[in-house]
Ligand binder design. Structure first.
Ligand SMILES: [Zn+2]
Length: 77
């Protein structure tokens, strides 16, 4: 486990807190909604950061959705 000294929002200086968010992507042929995505969320401005490994997971989901060609894909992690 890495330890984070300060987890401050670069936008407003607020504190980033672990939480979950809903990720949405419009890839033209379809809209993908992924619920329950782990993210760091600023407690002041609400800006969200998705960790790299989760972002990779989302990429995989988007690629699958592209192949499936469904108009709307709603997934929960
Ligand atoms: Zn902020």
């Amino acid at each position: 486990m890495k330890s984070f000294k300060k987890n401050l929002c670069p936008i407003c200086g607020g504190t980033k807190k672990a939480g979950t968010t809903t990720y949405m992507a419009d890839i033209g042929s379809s809209v993908i909604v992924v619920r329950n995505v782990q993210a760091s969320i600023c407690d002041q401005c609400g800006e969200e950061w998705i960790p790299a490994n989760t972002a990779r997971q989302l990429e995989g989901i988007i690629n699958d959705a592209r192949k499936n060609k469904r108009q709307v894909e709603i997934i929960a992690l």
